[in-house]
Design a protein around this ligand. Structure first.
Ligand SMILES: *Cc1c(COP(=O)(O)O)cnc(C)c1O
Length: 363
């Protein structure tokens, strides 16, 4: 390896993002991007903001954006931290809260950035197995199991399984662990599960992280945020201002406010995705798939006659990208992002013809 590198760089295992090939006619159902695009008001305010004085640095505290977010949840702006995508918010949280002593607990099947940040920041990972039905079991994050832990992190709904804990279950985990930060990564919460944001006022150890990438359809803009009591937010600000005090550019701040304030568009777009998800789930089950009940904008499914890898490869030949994880316990599954109704139909037709081929070959 390179002798000019700092120690440890050669040992990092970086995250692999969903691919973004530029191919004509490609149907991208591999990165949980939203099919409908953001509120039209986002583009309008951003165009206008280009005329503002981009010569100047942006508001380093993103005050208007934090105010807009706080208002949504009945919190104070000082209980909101914003970052350049929720991945950056997560990175700062790892740095601020999870480098004490002891392990960080997270599900064995979960968002694959968590182990990457553990590697980057020297945090010891303790992977807690999901149960047989691939559910998070709250009692695995209580009592003996968390004595001496530096923290707990899990997505709710979980990714890539799509399954959610109830608010009471999340609360029980937060309540049982006053000695460490419990970070609930709610990247997909808007697609059908209850946010733990309402618990922030009661629990000083709770940090709830959201993104505008999924339900607000702004993955390209990179805005995420954390909700927590002021002492947690203070720690995040200390880290941010020691790293990059201007993470959100002016256009992103303006666009994010517009997306958050256009509640009507958001509700419409979210409902489209939820309806398409239910239809897609039913259609996949009709084709013989086992589909986990999803509270997200993707489904996690497997079929007894075709492996996850083979299905992913065959769909690619038809210019449809989905995601396969070559990992223990889930290698038979595929993760499929919910598209528009038409896109789901194209997918289903394709899978149907692939299954017919597989069936003929088996004879
Ligand atoms: C997509 C995703 C994120 C990151 O989103 P950003 O685009 O960085 O805001 C974080 N956590 C989970 C579980 C995700 O699926």
């Amino acid at each position: 390896m390179n002798s000019l590198w700092s120690p440890g760089i050669a040992d990092l295992k970086p995250y692999t993002p969903g691919e973004q090939p530029k191919v004509e006619g490609l149907l991208k159902l591999n990165a949980n991007e939203h099919p409908y695009g953001p509120s039209p008001k986002v583009q309008a305010v951003m165009r206008e903001a280009i005329g503002d004085n981009l010569r100047l640095y942006p508001d380093s505290t993103s005050t208007k954006l934090r105010q807009a977010i706080a208002k949504q949840y009945g919190l104070l702006p000082d209980q909101v931290f914003v970052g350049n995508g929720s991945d950056e918010v997560l990175a700062h949280a790892f740095f601020a809260f999870f480098r004490r002593s002891g392990p960080l607990l997270f599900p064995d099947i979960s968002y694959s950035f968590y182990p990457v940040y553990c590697g980057l920041y020297g945090v010891v990972a303790k992977r807690v197995p999901l149960d047989e039905q691939l559910h998070i079991n709250p009692s695995d994050y209580m009592g003996e199991a968390t004595v001496g832990a530096t923290g707990i992190i899990f997505p709710n709904p979980n990714a890539p399984t799509g399954q959610a804990l109830t608010l009471d279950q999340v609360k029980s985990i937060v309540q049982a662990n006053p000695h460490c930060v419990v970070l609930v990564d709610e990247a997909y919460v808007d697609f059908g599960c209850e946010s733990a944001a309402s618990l922030v006022v009661d629990f000083p150890n709770l940090l709830v992280v959201h993104t505008l990438s999924k339900s607000k359809s702004l993955a390209g803009m990179r805005v995420g945020y954390a909700l927590g009591q002021q002492s947690l937010i203070d720690a995040l600000n200390r880290v941010k201002d020691s790293f990059n005090s201007y993470p959100l550019d002016h256009l992103a701040q303006v666009g994010a406010v517009a997306a958050i304030e256009d509640q009507a568009y958001f509700e419409w777009a979210t409902q489209q995705v939820i309806s398409a998800r239910e239809q897609l789930t039913q259609n996949l089950m009709n084709l013989g798939f086992e589909v986990l009940p999803s509270k997200t904008n993707f489904v996690f499914a497997k079929h007894q006659h075709i492996s996850g890898l083979e299905l992913t490869q065959k769909l690619r030949e038809h210019k449809i990208l989905i995601r396969h994880f070559n990992l223990p316990r889930i290698s038979e599954f595929v993760r499929i992002t919910v598209g528009t109704f038409d896109q789901c139909k194209r997918l289903i037709n394709c899978i149907e013809s692939i299954l017919i081929d597989v069936h003929h070959q088996a004879k």
